[in-house]
Write a protein that binds this ligand. Structure first.
Ligand SMILES: [Zn+2]
Ligand SMILES: [Zn+2]
Length: 145
């Protein structure tokens, strides 16, 4: 049995269509769009928010540019996609974003599942533990202030 979930896109905040892929974006996207909530985006936003060129007319990278992953030729916003895939695969590869963007219950169920790869389970549990700690400290702050 698996837990159903929806991911809200990090850019438009709408639920990413279940029929479509999810795209994980890198640090350069986060630099350009500091309001991004998580790093998982819908297909529409990677087109609408994408950019054509990472360099100035003189050919140098724009100020503050964060290099694309090493295996990518760094030219435009498409160079800054980390990964593309199904909802389930991407929230498991990027659990911090998954937790933030709506897959919390699903990720908890996966981390507790029997037969799951121990290394993968440990990675998920670490992310979930951090998430819980952040939430309990926010709750404490809210009470004391
Ligand atoms: Zn979107
Ligand atoms: Zn670039």
């Amino acid at each position: 049995m698996s837990v159903a979930f929806r991911i809200s896109c990090c850019l438009c905040r709408k639920n990413i269509p279940l029929a479509g892929d999810v795209i994980a974006l890198d640090a350069e996207w986060q630099r350009r769009y500091p309001d991004m909530r998580g790093t998982l985006a819908c297909e529409r936003c990677v087109i609408d928010y994408g950019w054509n060129c990472c360099t100035t007319t003189q050919g140098a990278f724009v100020d503050g540019h964060i290099a694309a992953p090493e295996d990518q030729v760094d030219v435009d916003s498409w160079s800054h996609h980390l990964e593309r895939g199904t909802h389930r695969a991407l929230v498991q590869c990027h659990p911090r974003s998954g937790l933030l963007q709506g897959a919390e219950a699903y990720l908890r169920s996966i981390a507790d599942r029997k037969g799951i790869d121990p290394g993968h389970a440990a990675m998920l549990r670490t992310a979930i533990q951090e998430w819980d700690e952040q939430h309990s400290s926010t709750a404490t702050l809210a009470v004391t202030s």
